[in-house]
Design a binder for this molecule. Structure first.
Ligand code: FES
Length: 685
């Protein structure tokens, strides 16, 4: 940068506030670069990409001490006019590479022209994502070959990238090399390249190449690979916008519903792990295809993928045998993050050169999905003590504040997702998702997914005629059990009372226990939806595991209370926090301090996709998280047994008591077992 001359016009950029004096005739893009102002450019100032658009401001600016006259910038030129005619440009905008400084001027850089723009998140707990992805597009003019100075096309491309963009080192694999020559010639020695450079790379790799200036946008997939579902967000790598989100069931379910049964499948069947690896990779390929079709893009435009998953899914995705994860000391093949090519994972639908980043795992039971939750929710930066519960087939729990974060996982099983429940089903149209039970009449009313009306409202029958009422999903069963407890249909030990004890014919005997009937369409061939004693038992086991895990972390931290609770997980978003607390899924806490973070693991994946600094950050943060192993901790069993009661046998729930009074009923007539006591006593011999 040349020394500033006080006679030169002053250029002030907003919103950054950066300012400097530049000789008349300096392009705005040049001034921006010299001041380190975040102004985008793909074509390098050739007036063809329009990424450098700015909005000059005219008039008096007392705050900045300048007056900007209408002639502060050079006149609108042919290049700008051509662009405007072809593509359109907002009123008042100029191309930063074309407009030059003529007088003092204030230049606003709109968000879409900033490379490191902030992405607005829709989720409740907004953590802004700053765009700094690993993959960027660059347009370059490459020198033509010269017989007298023989160099290869790749070498001349590398020189062009160095001279025109300051990129010192680039590499290209054989697939790029094989296309390089025709593309360079087709583009008449002008090409756009997509370069990928991760936080650990010292060279940028060419992952795609187009003749001329490409119109294509480039995308990444943020993938939350769960035991039950695979969810992916197709994200625009320029602005972080999620273009399409979609999901499929994890086809590995046919090898076992939960993680441990999949590990056993790998142990018992030669080639079993490879079979599961193939199944999940095929499903990801199918999902990629479907998402690209839905978004109207070509799959080769997908140049990156970031995965978050639990340790078993992590190993099965990477093609590693998960058997060590099934037994103490639960050793991972690697806990570090992994970066590799999509083709190494047989992910053949996205671009063959796409780069895949898998977040680091915290430990043998606490995976990259928990790391992603930590990235999204930042317990390590919290001033108050926060408990984060990612509810899934395996609950992953973190407790911490600035200075110390603990993590564990707890085997809740799939009951919270509606599995192992007699009328349970996936959250899909027709599933009961909300339920209320009148404490006096013991009559239920409910809502099903796909219909906004309650079942006792007019028009409900017609509104659900198409979907029917098909079962209860995870959030529905949590509400049902909590409502049954609040209405006195269920006692503290988890026993459902008889029709006489409760005072409703909806309590129906089934063997030695009872069920509570919610909806009966059996007369017309429809389903009969009830909550059975077995369902209550499954929910009790799941919630006890969750609570015991949280309690174990609280012991370790030396506390009896947490300041706030965050429910995460795709399913966590739908749980009623009040019902979760009545059930005793989570420790007592003021209800307004219990929030839902939606799919925090998916958000963490998006953050890591959009910002390579976040990858470096989470790799550092996971090393500082203390892992607590529930499986070998004797107190876990004690906490588990005490947490069996609803909400809890011994722990007080003073905050809950302020808002809900639970009836003091007992249905144990002496002869029968408590809802879960019999089974557990038998199991423990
Ligand atoms: S930098 Fe590409 S049009 Fe200005």
């Amino acid at each position: 940068m040349t020394a500033e001359n006080t006679q030169d016009p002053l250029v002030i950029f907003t919103p950054s506030g950066k300012r400097g004096r530049f000789p008349k005739g300096t392009p705005i893009l040049t001034a921006a670069r010299q001041l380190g102002v975040d102004l985008d450019s793909v074509c390098g100032g050739r007036g063809i990409c329009s990424k450098c658009q700015v909005q000059p401001q005219f008039g008096e600016f007392p705050k900045h001490g300048v007056t900007v006259t209408p002639d502060a910038l050079s006149e609108w030129n042919k290049v700008e006019q051509r662009y405007k005619d072809k593509r359109g440009m907002k009123e008042g905008r100029r191309l930063g590479c074309q407009a030059t400084v003529q007088g003092d001027v204030v230049i606003d850089v709109p968000p879409e022209s900033q490379v490191h723009r902030q992405v607005v998140r829709k989720e409740a707990t907004a953590r802004a994502i700053t765009m700094d992805p690993a993959t960027h597009l660059y347009f370059v003019e490459v020198a033509e070959p010269d017989m007298h100075e023989p160099t290869g096309d790749l070498e001349r491309l590398a020189v062009a990238l160095r001279d025109q963009w300051g990129i010192e080192k680039v590499t290209a694999n054989l697939s790029i090399l094989s296309r390089l020559q025709p593309v360079l010639r087709k583009g008449k020695w002008q090409v756009t390249v997509a370069l990928n450079k991760d936080h650990r790379d010292d060279a940028a790799r060419i992952v795609e190449i187009w003749p001329g200036l490409t119109e294509d946008r480039i995308y990444g997939l943020a993938i939350d690979l769960g035991s039950t579902t695979i969810a992916a967000h197709l994200t625009d790598l320029r602005n972080g916008e999620v273009k399409v989100s979609s999901g499929v069931m994890n086809p590995q379910i046919r090898f076992g519903e939960d993680l441990m049964s999949r590990v056993s499948y790998a142990m018992m069947n030669p080639g079993g792990a490879a079979e599961m690896t193939n199944a999940v990779r095929n499903a990801i390929n199918g999902l990629t295809e479907a998402i690209a079709t839905e978004a109207g893009i070509r799959p080769f435009q997908i140049l990156e993928a970031v995965f978050v998953c639990n340790p078993v899914m992590h190993h099965l995705l990477l093609g590693l045998d998960p058997v060590e994860l099934g037994q103490a000391p639960f050793a991972l093949a690697t806990s570090e993050s992994v970066t590799l090519d999509a083709r190494d994972l047989d992910l053949t639908v996205m671009n063959e050169n796409a780069r895949v980043y898998v977040l680091p795992c915290i430990a043998g039971h606490v995976g990259a999905d928990a790391a992603a939750v930590a990235l999204a929710e930042e317990p390590n930066k919290s001033d108050d003590l926060v408990l984060i519960v990612d509810v899934g087939t395996n609950a992953e729990i973190q407790l911490g504040r600035k200075g110390r974060v603990l993590a564990c996982s707890s085997p809740t099983g799939p009951a919270f997702e509606g599995a192992q429940i007699s009328s349970g089903q996936r959250a899909a149209p027709g599933a009961i998702e909300r339920i209320e039970i009148d404490p006096v009449t013991k009559e239920p009313r409910f809502r099903v997914i796909g219909c906004d009306l309650w079942s006792d409202e007019e028009g409900f029958a017609q509104a659900v005629a198409a979907t029917g009422i098909t079962g209860i999903c995870g959030s529905g069963i949590i509400e049902a059990v909590a409502e049954m407890r609040m209405a006195g249909i269920l006692d503290e030990s988890g026993l459902i009372g008889s029709a006489e004890q409760v005072g409703t014919p909806r309590c129906i005997p089934e063997g030695r226990t009872h069920s509570y009937l919610i909806h009966d369409a059996s007369a017309t061939g429809g389903p009969r939806i009830a909550v059975t004693q077995g369902d209550i038992r499954a929910i009790q086991l799941a919630k006890s595991a969750l609570y015991a895990g949280a309690r174990l972390l609280m012991d370790e931290m030396g506390v009896d209370r947490v300041d706030r609770v965050v429910l995460a997980g795709a399913f966590g978003a739908h749980i009623s926090t009040r019902h979760a607390m009545v059930l005793g899924m989570i420790p007592d806490c003021p209800l307004d301090k219990v929030t839902s973070a939606g799919n925090a693991a998916g958000t963490g994946a998006r953050i890591a996709l959009c910002n390579i600094g976040a990858r470096a950050e989470i790799e550092r943060v996971v090393r500082e998280i203390t892992k607590v192993e529930t499986a070998i901790e004797p107190r876990f069993q004690e906490h588990f047994v005490a947490a069996n009661a609803i909400p809890h046998k011994t722990d007080p729930f003073p905050e809950l008591a302020k808002v809900v009074t639970l009836p003091n009923v007992s249905f144990n007539t002496g002869g029968g077992e408590g809802a879960t006591g019999g089974r557990r006593r038998r199991r423990r011999g």
